[in-house]
Structure formats: C-alpha cells, structure tokens
Design a protein around this ligand. Structure first.
Ligand code: NAD
Length: 452
C-alpha cells in the first residue's frame, strides 16, 4: 500500500519504518527540515533500539522515503497517518494545533479518495475536528473528493518500539466507514498473523481507549509509589510487597515498580488531558487527580532523602552529586518530563553541583537543561561525562536515576573507595541493600528499609 506518515518523531518514524518493512511503500513527512535532512542522509534523529538498521534497510530498498513537501506526501498516499505531537496546552488539554494544521494541509491538496488515520493521542472528538478541517479545505477548493477519518491509537513503548509495533498486543481502530476499516485490517494483517488482534470499535471509544490505558498504567505507578512511602514509615520493604501482590494474576507483576515518579512524553500529558476532558464535561476524575499529585510529590522523594542524609538542605551546598541516568527511562534519549530534571533543579537550588552520565541521553539532556538553566549555570554546576565511572569520581554520593542495564551490577567496593560521603541513593530499587551496605555504603531506596 502507498502510505504517508505525517510527523517523523518517535511514533511516526517507527510506524513508517515498520510499515515499509512489511513491504509497503512509505513516505514520512515532517516540517522539521533538520530531521528530514538527517533521515535522507541515513542518520536517525532519535535513539530507538533497532530503528537505524530498519530505516536504512528500507530506504535502500526504495520502500521508505522522507520529505518536507506536503504536495509530494499527499499525492503519494492512499492512507495518511497523522503522528504529529499533541503536547499539553497551558490548561492541561491536548494542544491540537499540529494535528489540525496537518489536517488542513491534507484538505488543501487531496485529489483522490484517501483514508486519514489519527495515530497521535488525541482527545475524544478530535476525529470529528480533523474531518471538519479537511472538509472545509476541500469545500474551499470546490472539488468533490471523498475521504474517511479513522482513529488508530498507538500503544508502543519507547525503548521497545519496534518490537511493540511488529508484535502488538492489540490493534485498536475506530471508525464507521466499512471500507476504511477493511483497508486498515489489510494494512495490519502482517502484524496480526497468528492471533486476531484487530479490535474495531467506534471512533470515540478508540480515542478514549488510549487515554484509559495510559491513565491506568500511570495510576498503578502512583499507587505503588504511595505504598512505597508508607512501607518505609512502617519498616516494611515495598520490593517484598511488590512480589507478593504481583503473583496474583488479577493484579499481575508488570508496572508495579516504585521509583521517582513517571515521566516521558505520554503519561504526564495524557493524565492531564483526560482530567481536563472530564472537567470540560463537569466530571471530576478523583483517582487521576490523585495519581498526578502523588507523581509530582514522588519526583522530590530522592531529593528529600538527600536533604535528610545531610541533616538539612543547607548542608547540600557545595556537594557534588553523581547521577547515573538522565533519560526518563532506559533505552531512549527522550528527556520529556524526566524525573532527573526535577532532581537536578532541586540540587541546583540547594547549591549542589552534579556529575552525570547517561549512555545515550547526554546530548538531549544538555540541550534541555541549557534551555532551562542557561549555559552559564550549567558551566558552573553540571558536568556530563562519558563514562559511568567518571560520574562518581570526585562525587560525594551516587544517585541512580535511570535503570540502564550497565548500572545493574557495579562494584560497590570500588564505589565505596571513591564516594566521599559513602552513600548510594537507588531511585529504581535495582540494588540489594545488604550488598551495598556490606561494601560500607549507606543504602537508600524507594520504600525500603535504609541500610547503614
Ligand atoms: P515527536 O515530538 O517525537 O514527533 C512529532 C513530530 O511531528 C515532530 O518531528 C514534529 O516536527 C512533527 N510535526 C509537527 N507538526 C507537524 C506538521 N504540521 N506536519 C508535519 N509534521 C509535523 O512526538 P511522538 O513522541 O512521536 O508523539 C506523537 C504522538 O503519538 C503524540 O500524540 C503522542 O502522544 C503519541 N504517542 C507517543 C508515544 C511515545 O512513546 N512517544 C506512544 C504512543 C503514542
């Protein structure tokens, strides 16, 4: 099939590459010339495991092309995916300006029937707005051309996006046009060969399904974070509790990990947007409001532990904190809403400096942190280094922020030699408190019994 994907970010580029990989003829469009130039030179603007090989392979085979031209992109396609960003607006609602701009650009150009697919995460009712935006532009031109709009929310996880796209748990498509649904079924057939995964529904239900999924996952995290904080007060270990409840198949073991609060480009904004959608319909989503509040607090938990460890925030002044991990989760360079940003903000405000290492997010972190703090402040208070070992050299304590594989089994005896104040703060509970303590280091995790 001839497919255009509008928006070549984490979702658009992965979707485009995967559709091309099963034999479709795909054109990826973006308004960001830098991104398209990079892609045309065989460079990948984001870090996603396996993506580079897939993009290069399909580009070389002529099945995957990149362009900034809407004329070329709309002319190319029988199916057009919208995969542009939907960032939070000031009031928490999803900002639809990019989606609607893309829709208008399509309406200004279509000359033959096309199926337009909302893949971006968009509030209930957006497909109607997209349909109206395209329709208005078509009407302005006085042409007669048919088009359909369907909703096909994306459930991939950054860091495992290719696998998730190639082997999805489910493919949700909302639409009321039988022809468009049939075409979507054909398009997704290669990803659904052994088990039927295609779930067809009405458009509004499909749009809500995506928010429901992210809201449920975010709530599980906040629930565990809140229980972790309680466990600590009660002298219990949340890691034992996690195992104990996760074995119940009604609960399941996934997404029960306490930590420094959820971040990333999806959970924070999608929870906010759903709360706002409900408020616009005179409903308060009490559980999700609490989910968000707990998450905001949780992002400060490790900093508060550092303050306690040093006996007051004033004693953090002049300290050097070694950080392992900056991205919001492993296997991605995405820094959007990363808990590390809150920790660094708190540390700077307390007069501490930071030596940080991340396997892939350093460049993106530096860009984001420079925007927030300015180059001068960073020059004085932050050093991003090229090796995990360098982040702890000259540091007073170590804080594990992101659970990249390479941080899993450090030599704690070596750490005890270099860390001046002999303490490890484990923001992801990946270390065994006994092992850390045996090396002569104080251990602080999330919801665990601290070990001296
Ligand atoms: P992103 O910011 O990485 O990519 C969006 C791209 O759209 C950017 O490259 C931007 O330049 C481009 N763009 C903006 N306006 C455009 C226009 N008018 N025409 C063409 N291109 C335009 O965003 P993302 O993380 O890929 O997310 C895209 C959507 O998918 C969001 O709605 C998000 O909520 C949803 N989603 C994201 C994930 C994820 O893990 N990142 C997972 C599922 C769903």
């Amino acid at each position: 099939m001839k497919i255009t994907v509008i928006g070549s970010g984490y979702v658009g580029l992965v979707s485009g590459a995967c559709f091309a990989d099963v034999g479709n003829n795909v054109l990826c469009l973006d308004v960001d010339e830098r991104k398209i130039n990079m892609l045309n030179n065989g460079e990948i603007p984001i870090h996603e495991p396996g993506l580079e090989g897939m993009v290069v392979r399909n580009a070389e085979a002529g099945r995957l092309k990149f362009s900034t031209s809407y004329d070329v992109a709309v002319e190319h396609a029988e199916v057009i995916f919208l995969a542009v960003g939907t960032p939070p607006d000031e009031d928490g609602s999803a900002d639809l300006q990019y989606i609607l701009a893309a829709a208008r650009s399509i309406g200004q150009r279509i000359t033959k029937p096309v199926v337009v697919v909302d893949k971006s995460t968009v509030p209930v009712g957006t497909a109607d707005k997209v349909r109206a935006a395209i329709g208005e532009e078509v009407a302005k031109r006085g042409v007669n051309v048919s088009f359909s709009v369907v909703s096909n929310p994306e459930f991939l996880k950054e860091g495992a996006a290719l696998d998730d796209f190639m082997k999805p748990d489910r493919i949700v498509v909302g639409g009321d046009d039988a022809g468009a649904l049939k075409l979507m079924r054909q398009l997704y057939a290669p990803f659904s060969r052994n088990h039927e995964k295609f779930v067809a529904m009405d458009v509004r239900s499909a749009e809500l399904t995506k928010y429901a999924a992210n809201a449920m996952l975010a709530t599980r995290i906040s629930f565990m974070n809140e229980l972790a904080n309680l466990a600590e007060l009660l002298g219990a270990d949340i890691e034992s509790v996690r195992l104990g409840i996760g074995m119940d198949p009604r609960i399941g073991s996934q997404f029960l990990y306490p930590g420094m609060g959820y971040g990333g480009s999806c959970f924070p904004k999608d929870v906010k947007a759903l709360v706002k959608t409900a408020a616009d319909n005179d409903q308060t989503l009490h559980i999700l409001t609490a989910t968000e509040l707990v998450n905001e607090n949780q992002k400060n938990v490790l900093f508060n532990k550092l303050v306690r460890f040093y006996g007051g925030v004033e004693n953090l002044r002049g300290k050097t904190i070694g950080l392992w991990g900056l991205s919001f989760k492993p296997n991605t360079d995405d820094m959007r809403e990363a808990p590390s940003l809150v920790l660094i903000r708190n540390l700077f405000a307390a007069g501490a400096s930071v030596r940080a290492y991340d396997p892939v997010a350093s460049k993106e972190a530096l860009r984001v942190l420079t925007l927030e703090h300015g180059a001068e402040k960073l020059q004085a208070s932050l050093e991003i280094v090229g090796k995990a070992g360098d982040a702890v050299q000259g540091a007073d304590v170590l804080v594990l922020v992101t659970e990249w594989k390479e941080f899993r089994t450090p030599d704690f005896n070596d750490l005890a030699q270099v860390l001046r104040d002999k303490a490890v703060f484990d923001g992801r509970n990946i270390y065994d408190p006994e092992v850390v303590a045996t090396a002569g280091l104080r251990y602080e995790g999330i919801g665990r019994i601290g070990k001296a």
